[in-house]
Every structure is written in C-alpha cells, then in structure tokens.
Design a binder for this molecule. Sequence first.
Ligand SMILES: *Cc1c(COP(=O)(O)O)cnc(C)c1O
Length: 488
Amino acid sequence: MKPKEDSELLLLLDEETREVLWRNLGEIIENYTTGIRDMRIGPILDPAPIRAALELVNFDRAMKPCEALEYAVKIFMEYQVHTAHPRFFGQFDPAPATMGIIAETLVAAFNPQLSVWSQSPGPVELESLLVSVFGEKFGYKRAAIDGTFTYGGAEANHTALLTALTYKFPRFRETGLRAIDADPVLYVSSEAHHSVLKAASSCGLGKEAVREIEVDQKFRMDVRALSDQIARDKKDGFIPFLVVGTVGTTSAGAVDPLLQLAEVAGREGLWLHADAAWGGACALVPEMQGLIAGIERADSITFDPHKWLSVSRGAGLYLTRHKNILTQTFDVAAAYMPRIKPSTVEVIDQFRHSMAWSRRFTGLKVFLTLAVAGWEGYARVIRAHTAMGDYLRQQLERSRWEVLNDAALAVVCFVDKTHPDGSTEDYLDAIRDEVLATNRAWISITRLAKTMPVLRACIVNYRTSRRDVDELLGALNAAREKQSNKMP
Ligand SMILES: *Cc1c(COP(=O)(O)O)cnc(C)c1O
C-alpha cells in the first residue's frame, strides 16, 4: 500500500478507522430509532451545562474520531427536542423516513453540485422530474410546470414574491422597485405565515406593503374584506400585485377559499400564490384533494416535503405553472460556470433559475422515500395522521376540553372549559409547562386570530399511535387536576 499523504490522512482518515466509524454510525442511528420512545422528549433548557460540555473540546489538541462521534451524539441525545418522538405533538416537524436518512448520507458523500446541469445531470434531472410530478399532483398541466427545490417554505415564499413582482412589473429585475410608479401591495390573511412579512421586507417592499386581511369564524381569509381592501388601496394609489392564500395555517390548519381567491386575482390582475407548505400534502390523498380545491389555479405554490412527507430538513418546493418566470426572475450570465455544448440542448442551470447558487441535492430524500413508499403509501400515512387528529379531537371533547378549530387537517387547538380561567394565557401556559415537565408529551401554545390563546397539538409523525394520544390526554387531564387543586 502506498503511504498516505498527510492531508488525506487527516481528513479522510485511515481505512480501519473509517470502518469502525461507519459501523458505529449505523448502530447509533438504529439505537436512536428503536429507543426513541423511551427517551426524554425535550431537554432541560439551561445553557450552562451545554456551554460547559462544549468547552471540554480543545481545538488545539486532536480528538480521536470515534470520541468525536460519541461527543456529537451526546449533544443530540441530551440537548434537543426529539421531534421524532411519538408523543411530540409540536410543530410540523416529522420523524424522518429511513430512506430519507440514507439519501442525506449519500448526498453528503457524493456531494454533487446542482447549480449547473452539466455538473450533475443525473441529480438535476431527478429534481426536475419531482417538480413535474408534484406539480401534476396539484393539478398543473405537465407542459407548463416549472419549479425549484428550496431550503424550505420561507425561501419558497420569498421566491413567490420575487416572481410575482417580476411578472407584474417586467422592469423590476433591472431597476428594482424604483421602476414602479406607485407602491405595490400584497394580501395575506391575518393567520398567514410570518415568512411572507419577512420576504416583503427583504424584497425591499417593506412589511407595510403586506395587507393582513381579517379571517372568518373558521380562520379563513374573508374574501369580502379582501375585495374591499383592494378597492381602498387602488383608490389610495397603491398597486395590488399579489394575493397569498394559505393552505393549512400554522396555528389552526385553516385553508383559505382558493377558488374565490382565484376569481379575485383574475379580476384584479394579481398573482395568486398558494402557501401550502404543510397542507399541500392533501394533494396526495384522493379523498382529501377537495380540501384544497382551486390550488391548480394558483400561479405558484409553496410545498414543504419536510413538513408532512417525513423527510429531514430542509426540503421545500416552489412550483409554478408559468414555465419561464423563474428564468425571467433569476437569470444571470456567469462566464466561469461550465456550460453544456451545444447550447441548443434545453436544460436548466439552477443558478440562473433560483435564489441559490451552490446547491445541494435536496430532492434525493424525497425521491427515495417516495420510490419506496409509493404515492399509495404516502396517501395511507397522511390518512392515518388525519384519522389520529380526529381521534384526538374526540378524546379532548370527551374530557371536556373545548376544541376551537374544526380543521380537517391533523391540528387541534383547544382550551379548558372546566376551569374559570381555562381560556387565559397564564392558565394554558401552566398546563403546557406541566405537560412538558412530566415528559409524557410535548405540546405548544399559540393564538388564534391574534387574540385567543389556545393549546395546540398536531400529528405529522408515523410513530404516533392511539396509545400516544391517550397518554397526551392523561397528561393534560392530570395537569388540569393540579391546577384546580391550586384554586383558592
Ligand atoms: C412552515 C411554514 C412556512 C415556513 O416554512 P419553512 O420550511 O419553515 O421555511 C411557511 N408557510 C407555512 C404555511 C408553513 O406551515
């Protein structure tokens, strides 16, 4: 065997060490997978021991590879919320599918560069295929579909704002907002995701350009109020250019009335964006497609496989039925980027087609998980989560918790009607803290319509069973008991 170069040995490590590392890594992941049910769901939130543990590492002295691996695993095990735990009922953070974990490992090892087609034609074509098949699931016509993988929903929403600006104001790319005579404004419901506000401020529009439209009793955008606001804005000299319909609000799982929004958008010449980061998964279940009817009329769609499709972060999608809009929005010429010859072959160079430049292979985890589970498999998983959400709703009501959202999706917002303070933030906070302290389940708190505090539990985890829902109920009822014993 030829002697290894020092730099190779330092970074690649020797064969024997690698063999041990791969084996240990496999064991660690498998043990985590089989043991997660018995773990503490959330860490103790105290920075002192974490900082102390980090200070043990001395970068002036080499650590042994296996020791470094153990060290990292300890950080994960002790100092994170284990969102893959079957009784994590928090945000839309799924347990990752095994094929997705395999994919992430492969991507790290092969490290393809997806910014230009000619560097990674296989991975780029694979992602294009996924863009097409997901676009079709949302009802877009194959020939018109375009899109790009993003880190997540926030980047996809930001992309939507940029494409909508480019579409409505063709000079926007060259001269920016100065090219526009009056101030452009856009519309979201008051329950929409805050990433839209962030996108508006980073596009240079400013948060004030975002008109938050009030919601109806079911927390959906009020279309009358939208039309009135548009009329007012036009009268005041603003230029409406975009309406964002939320398909599954973060707090309550509400779906804005997309068909009506499409009508308003058509009449007023607005781009319609559907933010279906989480709720878009309904498109994969035949009997749930009606819940998101009209999404096919959206000019663009945000969909996050890392929310309800059980793949690791980050995996978002921006989809559109305007074939050329991404290129119109992002095209640049860079002489140093390798090109395919002849240049007449029609391929996509992602650096000219999205916000990113260097680009990792995000699509593989979606591809491998979908290839192994199949559309039908995903439909069964999402159906099961939805049924579990219904079960949770029933059990809560049986224990006299009051459910305040009637979403068809697996998110439940509730308060305590057995206690005089059962709808106050202090009381609900105390219940949440007590549930977390017992480690029986992990839930969160939010506000509906910005004013009503509620406890919130959602299900996006393939491990969650009825038994886990029952355990959550037990924890909630015990926490309530403890509160009522405190009453004067
Ligand atoms: C999660 C979410 C986002 C943000 O997506 P990230 O993937 O966290 O960037 C945007 N909109 C909605 C409706 C969401 O649920």
